[in-house]
Design a binder for this molecule. Structure first.
Ligand SMILES: Cc1cc2nc3c(=O)[nH]c(=O)nc-3n(C[C@H](O)[C@H](O)[C@H](O)COP(=O)(O)OP(=O)(O)OC[C@H]3O[C@@H](n4cnc5c(N)ncnc54)[C@H](O)[C@@H]3O)c2cc1C
Length: 453
């Protein structure tokens, strides 16, 4: 039985790993088709001039104990628990992240907090929009925190990180990230010292959670998965192979078209972006299912550290062009040569879309001068740099995306022998733990349905 896995990121590698681990049946073959020359997808550690860097920090955090157990099994002692705090630069002040109510209120002048409270109360008592459906992220925030809080914090930060205004994003983006937490909860936590009631259906965004990070970067996970897979003769990796189409016979997937030719199959797990798969299944291109792209500017520095205990810092103010700066050497021992460090700056990229004409040099200039202005680095300490662009970093939940996503998923479900999963494959903001877990569930379903032991 020939199984094709489209995409060799965490989801694709995990599907292969779980399938091979669940059956000893010698008749199965598992093939990963990956367009890139390396596996790992978004979760990859790159190397240059003796430095290692991840494409944005990827810490291993999960509320599923079985995920941490599985990671310990794969990475052993290298699955190292880390204790650190992220920070956010908000209105020029550096405060802990996620921001607590006290921090938000402390960071704004009294008259601005009063204006926030007034705008919240005005909305509450006017009943404005009370019976209207919340459609956009802006509606969602304005109803819970007032228009002023949206204007000074949520609006600019959202646009910077996601590249589009909150008025174009769906309200369910807020429901998932913020739950039902509102300005009243914030007021109670600051002035009455009451803990937030867990009225949220989302996970509490302010809860403490255990974090792990391997010493030489997140790429240790895809490397470990690949090592386990390649030890099995039933596994085959095809890198530099881009999937371009899908063949069907009697409503069942029968093969895959690639830039290197055709491959037949009995079953196919797709982890490539859902809109791309939809295109192979005859659906029209849609703006409603698009992703952000990110440009990562990596700076190599001739000094031991710059960020003082916080391995990453978010920059919410619109005046700074990057959304996050990370110094992984602060928590990962093997990322930089002795006495040196590196920084990763994330720019939500317009460079990779038609309207953007910025060059790598412009990003470098914007990054270095922004960091100098914030007092983090001296230009003369920069001994090297590179820019890595990645498309498809985060699914963008535009207003109306949910119905479109359902349409695409339903179309994929119609094809027998085809399953789409993972962050890209289901157009969901999934972290590594959920990618790993959903791959395991898919492997269990598949082996049980086919009686594979
Ligand atoms: C900046 C950033 C920070 C993050 N931080 C964290 C974190 O701290 N903790 C955490 O748990 N998660 C984090 N994540 C999420 C994490 O990266 C993802 O959950 C995970 O890597 C997704 O894996 P995937 O295999 O589903 O998708 P991907 O990694 O995108 O893999 C898809 C693969 O398919 C390949 N592909 C696409 N099209 C084709 C085609 N036509 N033919 C062949 N191959 C194709 C791609 O090259 C890619 O290798 C972060 C993500 C980003 C972007």
């Amino acid at each position: 039985m020939k199984i094709l896995v489209l995409g060799g990121g965490i989801t694709g590698l995990s599907v292969a790993y779980h399938l091979l681990g669940r059956t000893t049946d010698p008749s199965i073959e598992v093939h990963i088709l990956e367009k890139d020359t390396l596996t790992g997808g978004l979760c990859r550690t790159l190397e240059m001039d003796g430095f290692r860097f991840d494409l944005g920090p990827h810490n291993f955090h999960s509320r599923m104990p079985e995920f941490h157990q599985a990671m310990k099994g794969l990475l052993g002692e290298r699955y190292t628990e880390r204790s650190f705090n992220a920070k956010v630069v908000f209105r020029g002040r550096t405060i802990p992240y996620p921001m607590s109510g006290v921090d938000v209120l402390k960071s704004i002048p009294l008259h601005t907090s009063a204006a926030c409270a007034a705008s919240f109360l005005a909305g509450l008592f006017s009943g404005r929009g009370k019976n209207e459906e919340e459609v956009t992220f802006r509606d969602f925030i304005t109803r819970r925190f007032g228009a002023k809080m949206y204007e000074i914090y949520f609006g600019p930060f959202t646009e910077k990180v996601w590249g589009v205004p909150g008025s174009e994003l769906s309200a369910d983006f807020g429901r998932e990230r913020i739950g039902t937490y509102n300005l009243w909860d914030l007021f109670k936590s600051v002035f009455i010292g009451m803990r937030q009631k867990s009225s949220s259906t989302a996970e509490n965004p302010f809860a403490e959670i255990k974090r792990f990070y391997p010493p030489s970067g997140c790429g240790e996970l895809p490397d470990a998965l690949l090592k386990q897979c390649t030890a099995d003769p039933r596994f085959h990796l095809h890198t530099g192979v881009e999937v371009t189409g899908l063949q069907q016979q009697d409503g069942r997937v029968s093969g895959i078209l690639t830039n290197k030719g055709e491959m037949s199959c009995d079953h196919c797990f797709s982890t490539i972006p859902l809109p791309e798969l939809g295109g192979f299944l005859g659906l029209d291109d849609t703006e409603l299912l698009s992703y952000t792209s990110t440009s990562f500017l990596i700076l190599f520095l001739n000094c031991p550290s710059v960020m003082d205990q916080s391995p990453w810092m978010l920059f919410s103010d619109a005046s700074v062009p990057f959304s996050r700066v990370s110094e992984l050497s602060l928590i990962c021992e093997e990322m930089s040569p002795e006495g040196k460090t590196s920084l990763i700056l994330e720019f939500t990229s317009r460079r990779m879309s038609e309207s953007d004409t910025g060059s790598d040099e412009e990003l470098f200039e914007a990054g270095v001068s922004g960091l100098q202005r914030s007092g983090f680095i001296e230009r003369e300490n920069v001994i090297g740099w590179t820019v890595v662009g990645r498309r498809g970093t985060h699914p963008l939940r535009r207003v109306g995306y949910a119905a479109e996503k359902e349409k695409y998923l339903a179309r994929a479900e119609e094809v027998e022998g085809l399953e789409t999963l993972g962050r890209q494959g289901t157009f969901a903001h999934m972290n590594m733990d959920k990618c790993f877990r959903s791959s395991e569930e898919a492997a269990i379903r598949f082996t049980e349905m086919n009686g594979l032991k």
